[in-house]
Design a binder for this molecule. Sequence first.
Ligand SMILES: Cc1ncc(C[n+]2csc(CCOP(=O)(O)OP(=O)(O)O)c2C)c(N)n1
Ligand SMILES: [Mg+2]
Length: 401
Amino acid sequence: MDENGAEAVGSLDSIADPLADEDCYRVLGPDGSPLPDATIPDLSDERFRALYRDLVITRRFDERAVSLQRQGRIGTYAPCAGQEGSAVGSTHALADSDLISYQYREHGAVVVRDLLSEYLPYWMGHESGTEAIADGNVFPLNIGIAAHLPHAVGAAWAFDYRDEDRIVAAHFGGGATSEGDFHEAMNFAGVFDTPTLFCCHNNGWAISVPESRQTASDTFAEKAAAYGFDGVRVDGMDPLASYAVTKKAAERARGGGGGSGTDGSEGGSEGDGGAADDGDPRPALIEFVEYRFGAHTTADDPTAYRDPDAVDPWRSLDPLDRMEAFLRETGRIDDEGVAAIREEADEVVADAIDFAESIEPDPADMFDHAYDELPPEIRRQRDELLAAVERHGEESFRREE
Ligand SMILES: Cc1ncc(C[n+]2csc(CCOP(=O)(O)OP(=O)(O)O)c2C)c(N)n1
Ligand SMILES: [Mg+2]
């Protein structure tokens, strides 16, 4: 765990201003107990439990999505186990009106926005899924690494220009920082002070390339210095630290506590340093230090490039276990509460699968959304397919279950 900074557990001496802290920021120790002197985010008991519930739903979704892929019921899927803490924790720190632009692995953000049913059809290839998450202020996922970042900055700039009290949280992996789009986006955000949170997920790998081969910088967070704004490392497997740092960065992005007035406004209050109230939005880079437990995608075999034993130390930092232990230790949940949340998660995910699988696919859909006007060759392919469907019936094109 050395090169990813996990040995910094417990080494923090100042937590008053997480963004100013050069170390990896943590609230919870590896076993879920609050670190000595840690500032626990000022959240209601209900919100703490909601955060835990969203972690459990995300993990359950992940397990079932991998299983669906293995059964041929979903195309490809990018597992997120191990990385739920950052996606869920950071999204709880945003207002519902804030925009999320993610790469392809931050499913927890969509869970927090309560969009799971609408989201799964997206992974099954239905265009309706894209529309639905857009209505929940989530940009569709982005496979072209880092290509979404200039767009995310543009959206943030537009919010500022229109004087809207909204910010953008743009998620991406360590691998994305090697792309020109990342640097262009960071530069623009720094120069034009766009309200953008660059959420960099340092999960150890970019497919088979270790993060140590991704950059010669000591950290991803320090890259922010080159663009004139703050960068901070946070334990992405600590949901409360992810919440606290994002909350602080979001306040600054709003121009110093510009009053989100929404459910994101809870917590991160006195004792966490307060935001500079100068009215100027500032971007921030947050490096979430975490680990991908599973494969890159369902098309990947990680045993080809990493020792399975290397995962074990990170499993001991599992964000679900730490959050559950914190809730139990502080009397916020008991066996019954945990069982109820697990049951709820099973149901929410099962309902999402039922809904997604109830959608009747239209073969013409796959031609509909890439072009305003279909090029002749693609039109020919569509006509040929539709004629074949007409001739042989749709059932002939369905896989035998
Ligand atoms: C522009 C571009 N180049 C290459 C790829 C192939 N590719 C897909 S995922 C990936 C790794 C990205 O790693 P990282 O940003 O660390 O995200 P992670 O998968 O670890 O979440 C690569 C290289 C791509 N999708 N887009
Ligand atoms: Mg990565």
